[in-house]
Design a protein around this ligand. Structure first.
Ligand SMILES: NC(=O)C1=CN([C@@H]2O[C@H](COP(=O)(O)OP(=O)(O)OC[C@H]3O[C@@H](n4cnc5c(N)ncnc54)[C@H](O)[C@@H]3O)[C@@H](O)[C@H]2O)C=CC1
Ligand SMILES: O=C(O)[C@H]1O[C@H](OP(=O)(O)OP(=O)(O)OC[C@H]2O[C@@H](n3ccc(=O)[nH]c3=O)[C@H](O)[C@@H]2O)[C@H](O)[C@@H](O)[C@@H]1O
Length: 435
């Protein structure tokens, strides 16, 4: 396969993965980001995000000269395809802010004379690619919707071995050019119109949110009727129509995309006079579920779900929105910690990816303390709460922890730990949907 000259704009989770993987697939990649510090570090091969294999791919791309990092869009002058991996943060009314996508597209159209395909990998509402094409004119540049489905914590594996590739748009040549980037990837390619490609992305994240909310509601119901959620979900997962993923209860779903994209999906419907009841319910359910968890913690500590937590020290294990990533954006763990602090608890937290020497710095705004190991987090705690499913929490010396805590109480919002082992160490253990 002959590699293309590809530009990637944005060097975050999606952009850096895209740049590194496309160079690995044989393309010559110029990656541009307006964060000069990030670019300077990337030029030295320093990857600040926690993603398996990513630093290795960036390193080999730099050594082979197949990936280069710059701050200015002029670096993309020789590219015929540019992939936009820019942020689309939530704006007013739940609609994402497309400001950087539109302004960068406008600049690119002026600065790159040979460009003929502009791929939008950022998650955008249906109609965005069409609007972009209208603003660029129907001349040489074809806008292609190319949504990304990778998961954080396994971005490289997902990019190189995706379940599907989606390329949407009316321009045959531009769509062909974008599809050709993935010629050596074994995955079904869906060629669609713009709106279908854009909505397919929202539809997937919306469905996952609905499934996760349903699972969390079931977990609470299991507790109330004396069922075990892991037994219930095992039965569900045996049905291929349901599938086994997204059946693990937790403190609520979060991250930089599911919360943002469910709001974007709801807003998309609202603009055309429709109401997505299921997705709205999933969002509401997610907040309620988190509040129930906080109430549950208060009840275990005081006997009263609505009680103040003044005078209680709570040790938190896990701050990222899920294990395997350093990302704390929209983390349910942070929301739970905030609610506990608002009730007056003193919170000390440990996360393997967050802290002074780790991937992600948490701005606690003075509300709580982040420490560098689990022993420091649980010391003198009247409750230990597990909020992220990091496997290393299973390996905590729970016997030693039992001697350090003020009260041996563990609330495991991820059902990560072994209840019998915790009980053997003297802890009163409460999982989610199984006590
Ligand atoms: N994080 C994820 O797992 C996934 C994200 N997406 C979507 O991909 C898009 C990007 O998401 P992330 O990579 O997570 O964002 P991110 O925040 O990690 O990275 C965005 C990058 O763009 C850079 N940037 C911002 N404005 C710029 C500009 N005007 N010019 C050049 N660079 C600029 C930032 O400095 C940053 O490095 C979003 O639309 C998101 O919804 C899609 C699938 C997965
Ligand atoms: O658009 C995006 O950014 C991406 O969003 C999600 O990926 P990601 O945000 O990395 O996280 P997930 O693994 O989907 O988890 C999302 C949240 O759901 C929670 N979750 C997930 C699964 C589960 O069984 N239970 C559960 O509580 C996680 O803890 C996490 O808080 C999607 O899975 C990706 O396909 C998509 O590309």
């Amino acid at each position: 396969m002959t590699g293309r000259q590809v530009g990637v704009v944005g060097a975050g989770y999606v952009g850096l993965t895209t740049a590194a993987c496309l160079s690995h697939l044989g393309h010559s990649v110029r990656c541009v980001d307006n964060d000069a510090t990030r670019v300077a570090r990337l030029r030295r091969g320093a990857v600040d995000i926690l993603e398996p294999q990513l630093a290795d791919l960036v390193g080999s791309g730099l050594r082979d000269g197949t990936v280069r990092f710059d701050t200015g869009l002029d670096a993309l002058a020789d590219c015929d395809v540019v992939v936009l991996c820019l942020p689309t943060p939530p704006g007013r009314d739940g609609a994402p802010d497309l400001g950087s996508v539109t302004s960068v597209s406008e600049s690119i159209s002026h600065e790159i004379p040979g460009l003929f395909a502009l791929a939008v990998k950022s998650t955008v509402p249906p109609g965005s690619a069409r609007a972009l094409q209208d603003s660029l004119g129907t001349g040489r540049i074809g806008v292609v919707s190319n949504p990304e489905f990778l998961r954080e914590g396994r971005s490289v594996a997902d990019f190189l071995r995706p379940e599907r590739i989606v390329v949407g748009g009316p321009s045959g040549d531009a769509v062909d050019a974008v599809a050709s980037l993935y010629n050596s990837v074994a995955a079904p390619v869906f060629r669609t119109d713009w709106e279908s490609a854009e909505l397919a992305k929202y539809a997937c994240n919306g469905f996952l949110a609905v499934k996760a909310s349903y699972t969390n509601e079931l977990a609470d119901l299991c507790s109330a009727v004396g069922a075990d959620v892991s037994e219930v979900t095992a039965v569900m997962a045996a049905d291929p129509r349901i599938g086994g993923s997204f059946l693990a209860p937790g403190p609520g779903w979060g991250g930089s995309c599911l919360p943002k994209d469910t709001c974007g999906l709801i807003d998309t419907a609202r603009r055309v006079g429709l109401v997505l009841d299921t997705v709205q319910a999933a969002v509401l359910s997610n907040t309620r579920h988190r509040k129930r968890l906080v109430a549950r913690i208060a009840e275990e500590l005081t006997g009263d779900p609505g009680a103040s937590l003044e005078g209680h020290r709570i040790g938190i294990l896990g701050l990222t929105f899920k294990a395997g990533t350093g990302d704390i954006r929209e983390s349910p763990a942070l929301a739970v910690v905030h609610d506990l602090c608002v009730r007056g608890a003193v919170v000390t937290a440990y996360d393997p990816a967050c802290g002074s020497q780790r991937a992600s710095a948490v701005d606690t705004d003075g509300e709580f303390q982040v420490v560098d190991d689990s022993a420091a987090a649980v010391k003198s705690a009247s409750a230990v709460v597990v909020l992220t499913e990091w496997p290393e929490f299973r390996a905590v010396d729970w016997s030693a922890a039992a001697r350090e805590v003020q009260r041996p109480l563990v609330i495991d919002a991820r059902n990560l730990l072994d209840p019998a082992a915790l009980a053997a160490c003297g802890f009163s253990y409460h999982g989610i949907g199984r006590w």
